[in-house]
Design a protein around this ligand. Sequence first.
Ligand code: TYD
Length: 215
Amino acid sequence: MTFPLPHGLPGLFIALEGGDGAGKSTQATLLCRALEAGGRRVVRTREPGGTPIGETLRSLVLEHGHGEIDARTEALLFAASRAAHVQQVIVPALERGDVVVCDRYIDSSVAYQGTGRGLGAQAVLDVNVWATDGLLPDLTVLLDVDPAVGRSRRTAGAAAEDRLESEPDGFHAGIRDAFLELARLAPERYVVLGASGTPEELHRSIVAALPGGSA
Ligand code: TYD
């Protein structure tokens, strides 16, 4: 696969990726706290969502009850949410020199829609490169979790599973492999961590992987 060039803006763009139940939200909280303690201005955000139109698209694509949503429509809804997010939130923050910590980004579409839904990794990447005008993260933190562990974690709180989460374990196993393949293709832009350590251990590894090796 071919990827666009680095963004060249003054800020730092960090994406957190991984299967459902990998612990991304916990790590986003710890990372933002550490960056702020180090004196950085931080914008924490998530996909799908992060803007008013993005949050509306999020409920359309994730909630059950909107009737059939075919794979291409699903991919375009995620990409539309991302386009708004990049234009309205991420690029302005990077232009100000802030750190953007984003829970999921293009890799989630490549893994879930490209591999999980069978649309093809390159096709989904191409749509998303267009949607984002080629904006890639400086660093992607991939929390790699066994799908069965992820499922038991996310159902432990008895929260209902959304449209994607409720897919069978085989679907989630393909997604795990797709994330790992993306990291293998561009190792300089990734840190891959087994999600089995304690939250504090994982956090220390993430901070060590930041440019400069600290928050
Ligand atoms: P997420 O916000 O991580 O779930 P939660 O609400 O449990 O924190 O992600 C929502 C779901 O959307 C998740 O199952 C992954 C899926 N998803 C895609 O399929 N493609 C995408 O491009 C994105 C961003 C998410």
